[in-house]
Design a protein around this ligand. Structure first.
Ligand SMILES: NC(=O)C1=CN([C@@H]2O[C@H](COP(=O)(O)OP(=O)(O)OC[C@H]3O[C@@H](n4cnc5c(N)ncnc54)[C@H](OP(=O)(O)O)[C@@H]3O)[C@@H](O)[C@H]2O)C=CC1
Ligand SMILES: CC[C@](O)(C(C)=O)C(=O)O
Ligand SMILES: [Mg+2]
Ligand SMILES: [Mg+2]
Length: 330
C-alpha cells in the first residue's frame, strides 16, 4: 500500500525563510507560482528575455526575472521548462548559481533519472509531480481543493529534503488531496508509460481507429466523431468519479455486455505484448535517447507527424461540431 501524506504531515513554515524560484511559466509553472504565492510563499519566476510567458507572469502579479538571477536569489529552484530543454538551461543558467544547501526540484524525473542533469552533492534534489495538467492544478486550488501529487527525494544533503518536498506540495495545494511517496525512477517510467500507451498514444489511436472504421463503412463523419471522441469525456468522467464499476453501473446493460464481449478483442494479447515492449524501451533508456536526439536535429519526425495528424478528417469535423457547442467556444 502506498504511503500517503496530507496537510497534517506537512509544515509550510519550512518555506517561510526561503525564496522559491519557479523556472518556466507554462502549464505547470503558472500553477505552481500562483498557488505558492497565494499560500504565502515568497516566489519569483525565472524566464528568458523575450519569453511570451514573461508578460503573463507579470500581469498575474508575480515577480519575474531572468533564470540565472532568479536562481541566485532563491534557495529552492523548481525546474518547469520542457524536459528536452532542461539540461542546457541547467548547465548555463542554473548550476553556476546554486549554493550549498539549496534545493533543486522537478515535476517530472526525466532529466535526473536519465542522467541528463547531474546535480552537485551538496544540495537537496526532490520532486513534486502533480498527477494532473497544470491548468487543473491551478483551477482546483482556486476552488479550495488540490490535485494529488507524487513526491520523491533523490538527494538529501540537508536531511530535510522530504519535509521540504511535503511543504512545497502543501504550498501548491496537493497535500489537501494527498501526496504519495515514490522514487524518480518509478515516477519517470510510469509517467512515460502512461502517457504513451494509455492516456495520450493509446487513447488517440483508439479514437482514430474507431472513427476511420465507421467513416470507411459509409457512416457520417459527424456521427462517428460524436461516438468515438465526443462521448469519451462522458465515459472518462464516470471512470474518474468511480472507477470501472461506476462507468459500468451508469451505461446500459447492452453497453456493459458489449464492453465484456468486445474490449478484449480490441486490446488483445498482442496489444499487451506490445505494451511490455514499450515499457522495456522506456526502462532501458531507448525512448529517452530517441526523444533527446530528435530535439538535437530540430524535431523532423515530431513535426512531420504533427502536421499529418492535423490533416486527419477528425480535425475538420471536430472544429465544425465544436462550433455548435457554445459552452466550448470561450
Ligand atoms: N504539462 C503538465 O501538466 C505536466 C508537466 N509536467 C512536467 O512539468 C515540466 C514543465 O512542463 P510544462 O508545464 O508542460 O511546460 P510548458 O511547455 O507548458 O511551459 C514551459 C515554460 O518554460 C518556458 N521556457 C522555455 N524555455 C525556457 C528557457 N530556456 N528559460 C526559461 N524558461 C523557458 C516557456 O516560456 P515561453 O512559452 O515563453 O517560451 C514556458 O513558460 C516538465 O518537466 C513536464 O514533464 C509534469 C506533470 C504534468
Ligand atoms: C499525461 C501527460 C503528462 O504526463 C501529464 C499531464 O501528467 C504530461 O507529461 O504532460
Ligand atoms: Mg503525467
Ligand atoms: Mg508526462
Amino acid at each position: 500500500m502506498a504511503k500517503m501524506f496530507y496537510e497534517k504531515d506537512a509544515n509550510l513554515n519550512l518555506l517561510s525563510e526561503k525564496k522559491v524560484a519557479v523556472i518556466g511559466y507554462g502549464s505547470q509553472g503558472h500553477a505552481h507560482a500562483l498557488n505558492l504565492k497565494e499560500s504565502g510563499v515568497d516566489v519569483v519566476v525565472g524566464l528568458y528575455k523575450g519569453s511570451k510567458s514573461w508578460t503573463k507572469a507579470k500581469e498575474a502579479g508575480l515577480m519575474v526575472m531572468e533564470t540565472s538571477e532568479a536562481v541566485k536569489r532563491s534557495q529552492i529552484v523548481m525546474v518547469l521548462v520542457p524536459d528536452e530543454k532542461q539540461r542546457q538551461l541547467y548547465e548555463t543558467e542554473i548550476a553556476p548559481y546554486l549554493e550549498e544547501g539549496d534545493a533543486l526540484a522537478f515535476a517530472h524525473g526525466f532529466n535526473i533519472h536519465f542522467g541528463q542533469i547531474v546535480p552537485p552533492k551538496n544540495i537537496d534534489v526532490f520532486m513534486v509531480a502533480p498527477k494532473g495538467p497544470g491548468h487543473l492544478v491551478r483551477r482546483v486550488f482556486t476552488e479550495g481543493q488540490g490535485v494529488p501529487a507524487l513526491v520523491a527525494v533523490q538527494q538529501d544533503f540537508t536531511g530535510k529534503a522530504k519535509d521540504l518536498a511535503l511543504a512545497y506540495a502543501m504550498g501548491i495545494g496537493a497535500a489537501r488531496a494527498g501526496v504519495i511517496e515514490t522514487t524518480f525512477k518509478e515516477e519517470t517510467e510510469t509517467d512515460l508509460f502512461g502517457e504513451q500507451a494509455v492516456l495520450c498514444g493509446g487513447v488517440t489511436e483508439l479514437i482514430k481507429a474507431g472513427f476511420d472504421t465507421l467513416t470507411e463503412a459509409g457512416y457520417q463523419p459527424e456521427i462517428a466523431y460524436f461516438e468515438c471522441l465526443h462521448e469519451m469525456k462522458l465515459i472518462v468522467d464516470l471512470l474518474y468519479e468511480g472507477g470501472l464499476e461506476k462507468m459500468r453501473y451508469s451505461v446500459s446493460d447492452t453497453a456493459e455486455y458489449g464492453d465484456y464481449m468486445v474490449g478484449k478483442r480490441i486490446v488483445n494479447e498482442d496489444t499487451r505484448k506490445e505494451m511490455k515492449k514499450v515499457l522495456q524501451e522506456i526502462q532501458n533508456g531507448e525512448f529517452a535517447k530517441n526523444w533527446l536526439t530528435e530535439n538535437t536535429v530540430n524535431r523532423p519526425v515530431f513535426n512531420a507527424i504533427k502536421k499529418q495528424e492535423l490533416e486527419h478528417p477528425l480535425t475538420k469535423v471536430g472544429q465544425n461540431l465544436r462550433n455548435m457547442m457554445s459552452w466550448l467556444n470561450k
